[in-house]
Design a protein around this ligand. Structure first.
Ligand code: PLP
Length: 421
């Protein structure tokens, strides 16, 4: 459920007509709903109620400071995958002891910075990383709280590019090697083992792969405790999928996900961490664009928008589907006709949808891409020297621009001419 609904024939974000925001900030822009973000965060809080837990928002899905502040104020922790994201979490006011640091390629600089400014735990992804972290922590006279990310060799049955828990994926250590690496961790200076971490992929639409992976983690918890390690927390990663089409998708609900976690870990007396990104942010955001032309081709019409693959890359990168709807509601009786919906970028891959049934639209009309809150703005670029588009946050009948569109001068002046030119 989200808070983007038609009222009096105009698509609103909460109580604000999108036509009003478009007139003020220009198109294209991203628009997020406070009420939806809060609702999705609370669904996870409720799903894990009664268990010792922390919901860490995966910043990489949507990293605007205003969104992090909003979720941080509700008590969210943050999952970061780079030194930049770590700095974003702290800048938004989230204390270091609520920040977990994931990622296969943490550098010494990133480790040192997080150790100095406070960190809940490092989710370590290899024996090599563990040794480097030990050196960095010992060198600073600090102790690094650590979980080891295990790769349970479970197929998440999701898109190839976002499956992370099979043995051929680059993430984590094989679960069979885990006990040996924990034994090494226990001997290393500057390292304190606090738990186990797993994350098997994104946009999972079935609980079975999660349950298979979590069951292996629960077994490993018992084994490691038997070996004398203190395993007081398990980080179960993110990955719960969302419906990208209104009609026929029913991914599992957070409540059922929570019940399954309770079933698997209920008697282990562990603190649960989860790292949802997409489920919190995805349906809390839309992208609003204008039609530049309706181009009539041979046997095929193209709706050319002012948004492009650089603004929302998911269709080009993953073949992802986004519902695209007119901001001014089409009359119920309107005939829909198939069009290709494309952006202006000079790549054929800059196609949002092929032969999508749409009501009649023409130059100047506004459309909204649904489910664009996660992996939307964060993956955008300035390809074709198209400025990063603004982000707007709505709260009831108020809205604020939370990232401005840069000017062309700002973009061009980032370049430097060498003195010989
Ligand atoms: C990407 C990622 C997440 C978030 O995944 P979602 O599918 O957005 O919930 C969580 N944890 C880690 C380690 C990740 O890489």
């Amino acid at each position: 459920m989200d808070h983007f609904l038609y009222r009096d024939g105009i698509l609103h974000a909460e109580d604000v007509p999108l036509t009003e925001i478009a007139a003020h900030v220009g198109t294209p822009f991203y628009c997020y709903s406070t009420a939806t973000l809060e609702r999705h965060f609370r669904l996870f809080q409720d799903a894990l109620a009664g268990m010792d837990h922390l919901v860490c928002f995966a910043i990489k899905s949507l990293s605007n400071q205003a969104v992090l502040r909003l979720l941080g104020n509700l008590g969210a922790g943050m999952d970061v995958v780079s030194g930049g994201e770590y700095r974003r979490a702290l800048a938004a006011g989230v204390p270091g002891d609520r920040v977990v640091f994931s990622g296969v390629g943490k550098t010494r600089e990133e480790m040192g910075y997080a150790l100095t400014h406070g960190i809940r735990q490092f989710n370590v992804e290899s024996a090599e990383e563990l040794r480097v972290l030990s050196e960095v922590a010992a060198g600073l006279g600090k102790t690094a709280p650590v979980t080891l990310r295990v790769n349970p060799d479970v197929d998440a049955k999701t898109h190839e590019k976002i499956a992370t828990g099979r043995k051929e994926d680059k993430f984590g250590v094989p679960i069979a090697s885990a006990r040996a690496i924990y034994a090494e961790a226990a001997r290393l200076p500057g390292i304190e083992v606090v738990g186990i971490d797993v994350h098997i992929g994104s946009q999972l639409t079935d609980l079975a792969p999660f349950e298979a992976a979590f069951t292996k983690v629960a077994e490993l918890t018992r084994d490691l405790r038997g070996d004398g390690h203190v395993i007081r927390r398990v980080d179960l990663g993110g990955g719960l999928g969302i419906p990208y089409t209104r009609s026929n998708e029913t991914p599992p609900l957070p409540l059922d996900y929570g019940a399954m976690i309770r079933r698997v870990f209920g008697d282990l007396d562990v603190e649960i961490e989860i790292e949802p990104g997409r489920l919190i942010a995805g349906n809390a955001g839309i992208l609003v664009a204008s039609v530049i032309y309706l181009k009539q081709g041979e046997g095929r019409d193209f709706l050319i928008l002012d948004a492009a693959m650089n603004d929302l890359i998911r269709p080009a990168m993953y073949g992802a589907h986004h519902d695209i709807i007119p901001v001014i509601e089409a009359a119920a009786a309107t005939d829909q006709r198939p069009v290709d919906i494309v952006g202006p970028v000079c790549e054929s891959g800059d196609t949002f949808a092929k032969q999508r049934a749409m009501p009649p639209l023409g130059a100047g009309d506004l459309v909204a891409f649904r489910s664009a809150g996660a992996y939307g703005a964060v993956m955008s670029s300035e390809y074709n020297t198209r400025p990063l588009i603004p982000e707007v946050l709505v709260h009831g009948d108020q809205y604020a621009v939370i990232r401005e569109r840069p000017s062309f001068d700002e973009i061009i002046n980032r370049d430097r001419l060498p003195e010989w030119l």
